[in-house]
Every structure is written in C-alpha cells, then in structure tokens.
Design a protein around this ligand. Structure first.
Ligand code: SF4
Length: 277
C-alpha cells in the first residue's frame, strides 16, 4: 500500500520503509522524509530522473519502493551499479543495500592488488555479474559484525578472503600497503574502518558519517551503540592522524571534504560537540 504522503505518480514508497535514508541521498530531488519514513516528494520527469529513481528502488533494503510505470530505464539503473564515487578513483558504491545490514551501504575498491569489497551488499545476480566485470572480489573488509549481510555468498562466489577484527568473529585480519585498517572501538568493540590511501577514501562503517541535521557536520552513531560512546569519541580523535577526504559510511551520507583543513575542522567540531575538547 502506498503511503498517503507520496506525491501521486508512477513511483511510490510503502509502509515497510525502515527510514534508512538510502533513497534520499541517492535521489534527493524525488525522495524525502515525511513523518518518520520516506515518501516521493516529487515524481521523476526526465529519463535521467527515472534512472535515479530506479537506482533508489534497487538499493532500498526492504523493497519498499515501487514503480507502476514504464520500466525501460530500469536496465540502465541496473547497469550503473557498482557506481563510481565521483573524484575517488577506483572507488564504487555497490547499491543493493541489505536489510540484514540494517540498510547499510557497501563499497568496492578496484585495485591492482585485488579488489576489496567493504561491508556487504545484497547478493543479487545482477550485481554479481557487474562486480565480476570489474575483476571480482579478492578481499571483503567487514567493518563490524552487524553490517555483514550476504558476505558468505560473496566470499564463496569469488573465493574472497574476509577481514574483520578478531573480536567481531574468528576471521583473520589483514592489511596491504595502499590500505590501512584502523581499529575504531566504540560502536562495537572490534569496529574497524578502512583507509584506501590512493583515493583518500575512508570507509567508516558505523563509526561516523555526515549528519542530516545539522547538514554538513560529522557525527557519530550514538543511538545504536553496542559498546561505548566515550570509546567511540576517542576513536574519532585517532582519525586526526589520517589523511582522507571522502567519508563513505555504512549508514549516513557519503561526502567529500574540501581539503585537509576542512577535515581537521570537522573532526575538531565533532570532538567539541561531544565535549571532548
Ligand atoms: S531506501 Fe527504502 S527503507 Fe530506506 S528510506 Fe528509502 S524507502 Fe525507506
């Protein structure tokens, strides 16, 4: 059943929406938060609008988005995933967020030493085919235990080695020179983030992300903390030592910072907000 809050038209959101924000950052011109769930705030008009709306539909973890109209742009939307992150060479957003990861996003780094998947998208044959075309997956880096989705299917499909902090499960840890694993306890004890140095992309899992309100600020995930908020704040301080411009989270909005000074300012602002400065 469509939510009554939808603007009438071919796309609609139903009552099963879990308010994960994914559709709203993929296609903010058409999806918005109305009440405590998403709804269509405008209907797509052009082909490009429809492709974006279908990308949001494909990435909705709960299949809460529907289209009653022409499906001809759906194939183009399928072909867009994994989608390059603008400006971050070799870095892709996988789409196909999974409800098993509470709607968390997954990412792919395409690199000479073997591709790395960060957290896990849904194991969808259409995405598998596209990932295969990009060279498959050598490593799956799981930032922590609750965003692992279909990691076992992805690992089996590509013979990929899974990397996760020892306290999160019994899997092995690993690192390579262009990648650095940073232990960021807080959300969970063994939560780790991954820095891909060539693209300056920090895959932040559930450690920190850009906030909805106020917009443009870094914030930690305090509402869903399974270990320790003070430790999480200390783990934020640790990031002052690392060089990154992109924050690509599991939950929350991906974004690029202007430069190192901007990054330092935002981390300082976050520490101040948490009373740690
Ligand atoms: S992607 Fe799906 S579950 Fe997430 S906010 Fe949009 S409609 Fe809701």
């Amino acid at each position: 059943m469509p939510r009554p809050e939808n603007v009438q038209g071919e796309f609609y959101v139903d009552h099963t929406c879990i308010d994960c924000d994914t559709c709203r950052w993929i296609a903010p011109d058409f999806y918005g938060r109305v009440g405590s769930q998403s709804a269509m705030t405008a209907q797509p008009q052009t082909d490009e609008d429809r492709i974006l709306s279908f990308q949001a539909l494909l990435s909705c973890p709960t299949y809460s988005i529907h289209s009653t109209g022409d499906k001809s742009e759906l194939k183009t939307a399928v072909d867009r995933y994994p989608e390059p992150v603008k400006g971050a060479e070799g870095v892709y957003y996988c789409g196909y967020n999974s409800e098993k990861s509470y709607g968390g996003s997954a990412w792919l780094v395409v690199r000479e030493g073997g591709n790395v998947m960060i957290d896990s998208p849904r194991f969808d044959p259409k995405l598998v085919k596209r990932v295969k075309a990009l060279g498959g997956v050598k490593y799956i880096f799981l930032t922590h235990r609750d965003d692992v989705a279909d990691h076992d299917s992805w690992a089996a499909e590509f013979g990929a080695e899974r990397i996760i902090h020892a306290s999160e499960c019994n899997s092995q840890q690993g690192t390579e020179c262009d990648l650095e694993i940073i232990h960021t306890p807080g959300h969970t004890f063994g939560h780790c983030v991954l820095l891909h140095k060539p693209s300056q992309a920090l895959f932040s899992g559930d450690h920190l992300a850009f906030s909805r309100e106020p917009p443009g600020q870094l914030r930690i995930f305090k509402d869903y903390n399974w270990y320790s908020v003070p430790k999480q704040v200390e783990s934020v301080r640790k990031l002052l030592d690392y060089d990154f411009l992109y924050v690509l989270p599991g939950h929350g909005r991906p974004r690029r910072m202007r430069d190192a000074a901007h990054r330092l300012q935002l981390i300082h602002d976050l520490l101040k907000h948490e009373g740690a400065l």
